[in-house]
Design a protein around this ligand. Structure first.
Ligand code: PAF
Length: 289
């Protein structure tokens, strides 16, 4: 009786080896799906990997905590890391390759090139509060797409602005990869999955559920016929304030162009960035009228 063949994920740390791997897959006429991450994986990431495995011959996931997308006072140094656990999780969902480059490999000495998606897509929401963040994201994603050369790349809707910025970049720069955005994965109590949830104390974790509750209240208001963004925001901020959750923003913007709207009309993104203790969390819903 033949032994079952165990498919083992391989880890690649250099750009050259990653390119060689992808070139070989593509030479054989096969497809590559790609899931870029900063590690500390949760069900949200794993859902992206599963989707890639379903749709692509080979799936590459990357783990790279990208210094270029963190501001000077942000959490780069304490960003959670657990690569051994991440490897087990990726093997569990049948990723073929982990691309795990060092900072040196990605940004060698003399590195000087950055990608900026200009205008409304990056001036607003998180872009207004985290200067340089989307420049760092666009730069690393373009580099990763160049290195991995996938047919499709998967991103989560939780980072709605990031997804729109990356789609714009991919279109503007004629990238080959199809950018796919997958729905938000939530915990049972509604909290959107995020690597940063690990920062929350049990009390903060409970308070954080008010973020999705406020977004759900907005959805209900729209369903009942409320069109005024002012009224919706007031209802949301009352709920968030009652839990002592401070907001960076509560915004209603066009779901594709991120332009602020006063009345809910068409596909509208309602997005929140909020501080629960010293942890900044983001979440969103799309409503349609
Ligand atoms: O969403 C993330 O984890 C990161 O912003 C990404 C897309 C992996 C780029 O560093």
């Amino acid at each position: 009786m033949g032994r079952p063949i165990l498919k083992v994920m391989i880890t690649i740390t250099t750009i050259k080896d990653m390119r060689d791997y992808s070139a070989e897959v593509r030479r054989n006429g096969k497809t590559i799906g790609f899931v870029p991450t900063m590690g500390y994986l949760h069900e949200g990431h794993l859902g992206l990997v599963r989707e890639s495995v379903l749709t692509s011959f080979r799936t590459v996931a990357s783990i790279f905590v990208n210094p270029a997308q963190f501001g000077p006072n942000e959490d780069l140094d304490k960003y959670p890391r657990n690569t051994e656990k991440d490897k087990e999780l990726l093997e569990g969902v049948k990723a073929d390759v982990l691309f795990f480059p060092s900072v040196r490999e990605m940004y060698p000495e003399g590195y000087s090139t950055y990608v900026t998606v200009e205008g409304a897509l990056t001036d607003t929401l998180c872009g207004a509060l985290r200067p340089g963040h989307f420049r760092g994201v666009a730069t690393v994603v373009l580099k990763l797409l160049n290195i991995v050369d996938p047919d499709r790349a998967f991103f989560g809707q939780k980072d709605a602005q990031q997804a729109i910025v990356i789609k714009r970049m991919a279109k503007d720069l004629d990238l080959r990869a199809d950018i796919r955005v997958m729905p938000i994965i939530r915990d049972e109590d509604g909290l959107a999955m995020s690597s940063r949830n690990v920062y929350l104390s049990p009390i903060e974790r409970a308070k954080a559920t008010v973020i999705y509750k406020s977004l759900s209240a907005a959805v209900d208001l729209v369903k009942k016929g409320e069109r005024s963004v002012r009224e919706i925001k007031l209802a949301m901020s009352a709920m968030l304030e009652a839990e002592g959750v401070r907001t960076d923003y509560i915004a209603a913007v066009g779901a594709d162009d991120l332009r602020p709207v006063e009345k809910i009309k068409g596909r509208t993104l309602i997005a929140v960035a909020a501080w629960v203790g010293s942890t900044r969390l983001i979440d969103n819903v799309i409503v349609e009228r």
